[in-house]
Design a protein around this ligand. Sequence first.
Ligand SMILES: [Fe+2]
Length: 251
Amino acid sequence: MLSTDNTLNWFKNYTNKYKVNGKFSSMHAVKFEHSKRVCEIACSIGKSMEWNNEREKWLAYSLGLLHDIGRFPQYSEYGTFLDSQSFDHGDRGETILAQEFIWNGISEEDKQCLMTGVRCHNKKDVPSNLSEEKLKWCFLVRDADKIDIFRMIQQRIDNNTIFDILPRHKKFKGLTNTLVEEIGQDSMGSYNNARSLQDYRLIQLTWGVDLNFPISVNTLQEEGIFDKIIEDLRPYKIDALLNKLVEKIYA
Ligand SMILES: [Fe+2]
């Protein structure tokens, strides 16, 4: 049976294993809360697309809630959320679900949509050989995930806690030339070239180009989040690049 209650119960039971003395570490707590918010965002994007039947509602909910399930063992085993220093958390998420989720009453097609969405949510590019149906769910979870991260980063900048989660970026200020050049070429930047908060903000803006649904762009625009990123980057004299990215976001 497709039941969002069953998904929520499974998620709570699975993540409970990572509590110590009944409590999550602060990093696990961050991921637990992020998962619940992404679930809500995914459901509201689905609603805006009028994906209202039982299976569509279940997939939006389950993808949002379960997309980062691989983060829980990742932090326990490696003490980091860097995939490059541990494992690909999308791939691990898919494996966990394949082995441990309760699939009774769920069709093979729905199972594959859920597992593919989890596997692909964090990939730089979505594989080009996916069916239209799988692509739809990948796009949904990727947008929902990005929206929550955009909001979370903005909140942390506004309340001065950003360096709690980006400690490495505290040492440098301003933009790194290699990153600016990289983004100028293909509108994407790699974290390896990001040293400062401004570099991180520029990479964030490129995520806007990768959003799939009009409602995702509109939501972030209405919240003023793109404008705030641009405002932060204005002093660094990259107006032509900023204009190009903004044009692509709204295209
Ligand atoms: Fe993720």
